[in-house]
Design a protein around this ligand. Sequence first.
Ligand code: CP
Length: 314
Amino acid sequence: MNKHLLSAADLSAADITRVLDTAAHLATVTDRAIKKLPTLRGRTVCNLFFEDSTRTRISFELAAKRLSADVINFSAKGSSVSKGESLKDTAITLEAMGVDAIVIRHGASGAPWRLAEWVDAVVVNAGDGTHEHPTQALLDLYTMRQRFPSFDGLRVAIVGDVLHSRVARSNIQALALMGARVTVVGPPPLIPRGIEALGCEVSYSIDTIRDADVVYVLRMQRERMLEGANYVPSLREYTARWGVTPERLRPGQKVMHPGPMNRGVEIDAAVADAADALIERQVRSGLVVRMAVLYDLLTHGPVEVKVAEIEEVA
Ligand code: CP
């Protein structure tokens, strides 16, 4: 892996496989009574969150703690950012504190790249605007790999508000790299022009989702929709035409959603709670995959050595 994890495009197929394999080894440790590893003892990880988060922030915090790192949780609310301090000055302040890794979530697309220019610390993109969310893609691939023998030819339909989805962009790139066949599905105003260049096909018919092995439902991101822009006539109509309901699925299809869900909008509650939904499993995957990412970026050793180290401690 590169020094930082900013984009799914930073990852080779070998990188993805190594992170997923490392996560699988770490999962065996997290099932034990003593869940902590000493690997990052003496290292400091800062979670720098300028946007709200539940899953990503908590799982990065727990991941760093499980690896024995010191953790600083910074949220813009309650910090000097509310007095007008810039991202650059915030970054320089953190650097002066001697942090080793900064996990950043920011509303501006590209913010993690700027941060990486200003600090020596490793930077991990935990979601930037509508752009990328690479660790979400890794945890999604980890979840799929638990259910399917191979990514090669796996059919994944990503359905809904693709336009505002950093999750979709990172997933398309990572899945395409691993050999999956990705189709994005939604109404034309919510499908960005040129998205095929990332490695997917486009469908404007909800019926397409029946062909998929995995139906990946995206949240309607109302908070990112420009006022006055009529992406859909109404939420009620969106749900009627594009909502993922039991009737629109084939038996046995796996359903995923990055969360938080708008139940009854993009996903029917019966689908979200069904046995074929992997949504809770995605959250579980987040912990071990983020442990693996921090482990990989902060230890830089060959995977064989690192896996042996995990087993020795376990
Ligand atoms: N999937 C995801 O990024 O969730 P949070 O916004 O809760 O972190």
